[in-house]
Design a protein around this ligand. Structure first.
Ligand SMILES: NC(=O)c1ccc[n+]([C@@H]2O[C@H](COP(=O)([O-])OP(=O)(O)OC[C@H]3O[C@@H](n4cnc5c(N)ncnc54)[C@H](O)[C@@H]3O)[C@@H](O)[C@H]2O)c1
Length: 338
């Protein structure tokens, strides 16, 4: 039995705790949150122990894994604290808000010889995994263009409204849009050569962003991410991937969610069974990606295998690309990446 401590009992803490409670070989041994009542209610829900202080939980010797579900500006401090107590760490995306912070986290985890994974969940999301698999096998030939969308109502669940504060969250540009940027880096296995971004800048930072990427293989990517939609707008994620011999279209609102239109006239509709759980806060009720992501993390820790799907350096590289997108949106210039 692996014993995990969760730090942060908000939206993602709730999601991770719910997923762990489905694993027979994992025990959530404690949940810490500075809002004691949040820790208490989540601990009651999954039969765990609430803590007010993250450090008190990290000191427990029988806990070997710490899961950081804190607002992004706190990731560095608490990942380093967990590593200093010799714990293996998983931390929610984005890794951090600056490259310096990300590098420090990576270096400390290496020095302390602890495992460190960043939870870039799209790499584990069934429809995105399907796309990665057909891309790698070249099942429909080479990828020519891909467009991705991620649209949400303004997130209002955060502690002290931290998501609306660019200094603490990086705004929609870093917090929301990094999902698709990270996935395109994973899909193509490369950084884009060039990018151009336009964003809608509001008081709390960029709330809506459009980026065009040009990748070394000649692939063009177009990504839209925004969280400035009205409260009644249902969360949407989508992509259209145009290959030499097929188009793959995914839309989280459709049933089925994904359709393959082959150039030979065949139409395929692969099934992706949702793992739905009631009572999770936030905008997503399907545990799918989170379930596969945390299962991957736990199994790779138990069997001491390297994290091939997402390394901390790749999470840092995705942050670097998103920061270049910010520079492009700020200056109106196309950015060439080294
Ligand atoms: N992978 C995804 O799909 C996804 C979705 C949403 C959020 N996230 C990420 O998850 C992280 C957490 O976001 P969230 O939506 O759960 O935020 P949240 O505000 O819902 O939860 C954060 C919790 O941390 C607690 N907290 C704040 N400071 C603390 C401290 N010093 N010690 C202990 N607890 C403290 C708050 O009380 C709150 O309960 C962020 O990095 C965010 O970007 C990822």
């Amino acid at each position: 039995m692996v014993r995990v401590g969760i730090i942060g009992a908000g939206f993602m803490g709730n999601m991770h705790a719910t997923v762990y409670s489905q694993f027979p070989d994992v025990k959530v041994a404690g949940i810490a949150d500075i809002r004691g009542e949040k820790a208490k209610s989540l601990a009651e829900k999954i039969k765990s122990i609430p803590y007010y202080s993250p450090e008190e939980l990290m000191k427990k010797e029988d806990i070997t894994i710490i899961d950081i579900c804190l607002p992004t500006f706190l990731h560095k401090q608490y990942v380093i604290m967990a590593a200093s107590y010799g714990k293996d760490v998983i931390c929610e995306k984005p890794i951090a808000l600056t490259i310096e912070e990300a590098d420090e986290m990576i270096n400390v985890c290496q020095e302390k010889r602890v495992r460190f994974m960043v939870a870039q969940v799209l790499r584990f999301w069934p429809e995105y995994r399907f796309l990665k698999e057909v891309y790698d096998r070249k099942k429909y030939g080479s990828l020519r263009t891909i467009s991705c969308q991620r649209l949400s109502a303004t997130p209002n669940w955060g502690w002290q409204n931290w998501l609306q504060d660019s200094e603490r969250s990086g705004s929609a540009l870093i917090d929301l849009h990094i999902h698709d940027t990270d996935f395109l880096l994973y899909l193509t296995g490369q950084k884009p050569e060039k990018l151009t971004s336009y964003g809608k800048l509001e008081e709390g930072g960029y709330t809506h962003i459009y980026t065009t990427f040009s990748f070394p293989q000649g692939i063009i990517g177009q990504v839209e991410g925004g969280w400035d939609l009205p409260a009644n707008y249902p969360f949407l994620m989508a992509f259209t991937a145009i290959f030499e011999r097929a188009v793959i279209e995914f839309n989280s609102r459709n049933k089925p969610t994904l359709v393959v239109y082959e150039a030979n006239g065949r139409i395929e509709r692969p099934e992706f069974a949702p793992k739905q759980v009631a009572g999770v806060e936030g905008n997503i009720s399907d545990l799918g990606g989170y379930y596969y992501e945390l299962r991957y993390f736990i199994e790779h820790v138990i069997h001491n295998k390297p994290f091939g799907v997402i390394t901390p350096e790749q999470a840092r590289d995705s942050l670097a690309v998103v920061l270049a997108e910010k520079e492009s949106a700020d200056t109106g210039k196309t950015i060439t990446l080294k």
